[in-house]
Structures are given as C-alpha cells and as structure tokens.
Design a protein around this ligand. Structure first.
Ligand code: ZN
Length: 240
C-alpha cells in the first residue's frame, strides 16, 4: 500500500492543500495528530481530512481543543491560540476530533502522536526515549510526530541508529525496528519553512521524506487578521 503520512498540520489549510496537491497517487492518507491549534483554519483542515477519508490519531492540541486536556502546561502563545481555537471550532469538528483514537495500528505499523509509550505528551527527541518507545510498540515499526522535526530511529541487533532525512531521503526500514517522524506540515521546526511529510510504501517497507512549498505569507496575513499571536505568525517564515 502507498500512503502519504502527514503530521502536525496545525490548522494550516494552505500547507495541507499544497501537500495534497503534491501527493502522487496513493491508497490512503494517514495523519498523526495536532490537526488543530496554532493555525487559522481548524474547521477547514478537519473538513479537508474528512473529504479525503484520512485515517489517524489525536494529538495534544486536538485533545486540548475538545476539552480533554488542560492548557495550563501550554506556553502563553499556544494557550492564546488554543483559546481562540476552542471558541471557533464547530460542534461537528469537535465530535470528529473526539472520535479519534490515541493509538492506531494500520498495515502492521503503530501510529501515535507523541511516543508509543505516551501517545499524547512524550516527545521523542533522544536516543534513550526512542529506544524505549520502539520497545513499547506492539508492531515492529511505527510512526510519530509531535516534535515537528523529521527524523528516523532504527534498532537492529540492539544498536540504535538515527537518520535526519532531507527532502527526497529514502529509507528502507523493512527487517528493522523503526520509528519514523514525517516532520510537520503546518509548522515545521527544523529551520526549513516548507511543509514536511512522508511517502510510505508499506509493501516494500520504505519511506521517502518530502518537502512542499506553500504560500507562507498568505497564511501569516490571515493569522494577523484573526489576531493570532505574533510569534506564531513570525515562526512560519523561519521554520522554527
Ligand atoms: Zn504539534
């Protein structure tokens, strides 16, 4: 099966639509949570994912948006954006978000937002956390997001390998235990402002990371009109 894997779209419809236009023929689109939060188009992004029958899981921002998670631990900008998101989300969108699972197994892969052992909150940013997450997976390999940075962790014969993929990087993970992060569609944080995502061939056990340009300035202008926090507007141009 060929799958486009998207994560951390964060209510950025322009980025999502640019990615969907760039996706070649695939069987399914999977998403790894944080569909809403930060960005200006939460209902529209959920609407688009529903149109294309995307399958996936809930992130911490999605949980916060439906009141399933407090926002005391969010930083001040994330909290302001979440208060705005909560105020504008339609009941229909909230019901759809509420139905998302925290974990999903598809095609022998585990899908989570954060980490396999703590799907909502844990950030996989170090080797030991990656190793623990990989050990906690019921499947050999899995997909996660949350950090907004594309990365792959692989374990073979007890050795942990890390790969920082660039645009077009291909990885054959078949036969190894792997945790793959596509990076973020709507708010990349690896210093590159283009939307980051993953093309997966589940039969070959292969993944190719992709970057897609979108009109960042128009999203920034849209966010400014809505009064969303200035720092969240600015960071889209830097990919940080
Ligand atoms: Zn996120």
């Amino acid at each position: 099966m060929r799958v486009a894997v998207l994560s951390d779209i964060h209510a950025n419809l322009a980025a999502l639509d640019a990615v969907l236009a760039a996706v070649p023929s695939v069987d399914e689109v999977w998403q790894l949570g944080d569909i809403v939060g930060y960005g200006p188009d939460p209902d529209e992004v959920v609407g688009r994912l529903r149109e294309i029958d995307a399958r996936g899981v809930r992130g911490n921002h999605d949980a916060a948006a439906i009141g399933g998670l407090g926002i005391e631990s969010f930083n001040v900008d994330a909290r302001r954006a979440m208060e705005w998101t909560r105020a504008v989300l339609s009941d229909d969108t909230k019901a759809w978000l509420r139905a998302l699972p925290e974990r999903l197994e598809l095609e022998a892969l585990t899908l989570v937002h954060g980490s396999p052992r703590d799907p909502i909150w844990e950030y996989v940013t170090t080797g030991p956390v990656a190793r623990a997450g990989i050990a906690a997976m019921p499947t050999a390999s899995g997909l996660n997001g949350h950090t907004h940075v594309p990365i792959a962790y692989l374990v073979e014969d007890g050795r942990l390998e890390t790969m920082s993929p660039g645009s077009g990087s291909r990885l054959v993970f078949e036969g190894r235990r792997a945790l793959l992060n596509p990076g973020s569609v709507g708010q990349p944080r690896d210093g590159i402002p283009t939307a980051s995502w993953l093309l997966l061939d589940t039969d070959a056990g292969a993944a190719t990371w992709q970057r897609t340009s979108y009109d960042v300035a128009s999203v920034q202008a849209h966010m400014e009109r809505l009064g969303l926090p200035e720092r969240l507007v600015a960071r889209l141009a830097y990919g940080l």
